[in-house]
Design a protein around this ligand. Structure first.
Ligand SMILES: C[S@@+](CC[C@H](N)C(=O)[O-])C[C@H]1O[C@@H](n2cnc3c(N)ncnc32)[C@H](O)[C@@H]1O
Length: 272
């Protein structure tokens, strides 16, 4: 599990997190992904919530909450309270506004913070959810130990993330691929090990590769639309995004997904 440290040693961890946050808070990300920034969308979030036995009295921490869609959806479906922690300040503002518009601001709040140093007290949550973001954390072991710290005894973790089998193809390495959750995607057994290494007991391991296939098909179609909007000067891409590179990467990712080199998985675990 050294690959991420080798990659990151060439870069500053903070710069990497900021690039990732900037890319996801951009107009570009919303155009390509909609509001829910993970394969399977809110349907898979709801599935995860049910697997975690969420209910009205539960306190949920959504780590790397993006635009808040998942935290809001969980509160609406299960009546739980939720705090979303997110690196991007802009995303926190948007998520807070979205909770107000959805009428769940009394249940759902958002704060800026880093998954590797969660700004919440020890043993203050029943459930930690982290969707399609764990793979982007430079220090995954640190994030996993934070999940355990903030959970009360008997608490649960629900992770959904991009998985890989074998080495990452050369064209799917680099900053853009890191942001897109590809460059440091882990084999499923590594995600499991990050959780068991911090003392969690695994409850569920499931592969949901079809969610990734559907999402990529959708992204490829939208990339063509984005190209048109850029040509018409209707949108500007963030500095770190090169549209040609994004199209080449999406094509390589589609081929890798088709040959089952990448997939998507859900893992849940409990703290004893
Ligand atoms: C692929 S998006 C997933 C967002 C959300 N979980 C969802 O499924 O809609 C990854 C998110 O992780 C956030 N992020 C990346 N590194 C982070 C960190 N170290 N701490 C908190 N958030 C982080 C990014 O800003 C981005 O919003």
């Amino acid at each position: 599990m050294n690959s991420e440290r080798e990659f990151v040693s060439e870069r500053d961890d903070q710069a990497l997190k900021s690039c990732c946050a900037n890319a996801y808070q951009s107009e570009w990300a919303r155009l390509l992904l909609g509001d829910s920034f993970h394969p399977g969308g809110t349907a898979l979030t709801q599935y995860l919530g049910a697997a975690l036995h969420l209910g009205p009295d539960q306190r949920v921490l959504d780590v790397a909450a993006g635009q808040g869609t998942s935290a809001i959806h969980l509160a609406q479906r299960f009546g739980c309270t939720a705090l979303g922690i997110e690196y991007s300040r802009v995303a926190v503002e948007r998520a807070t506004q979205a909770a107000q518009i959805a009428g769940v601001a009394h249940l759902v709040t958002f704060e800026q913070g880093d998954a590797e140093h969660l700004p919440v007290p020890t043993a203050s949550f029943d459930v930690v959810v982290c969707e399609c973001a764990f793979c982007t954390f430079p220090n995954k072991a640190m994030a996993a130990s934070e999940f355990v710290r903030v959970l009360s005894p008997g608490g649960r973790v629900g992770l959904s993330d991009l998985t890989r089998k074998g080495a990452i193809p050369a064209e799917l390495q680099g900053l853009l691929a890191w942001i897109a959750c590809i460059a440091d995607a882990q084999p499923l057994e590594n995600y499991v090990r990050y959780l068991t290494d911090v003392g969690l007991t695994i409850q569920l391991i499931e592969e949901h590769d079809e969610a990734l296939t559907d999402m990529l098909r959708d992204i490829q179609a939208k990339l063509l639309g984005t190209e048109l909007l850029v040509e018409l000067n209707k949108i500007t891409l963030p500095g770190e995004i090169d549209l040609e590179q994004a199209k080449t990467m999406a094509k390589a990712a589609a081929a890798a997904i088709q040959s089952r080199q990448f997939g998507y998985a859900v893992v849940t675990a409990t703290k004893s």
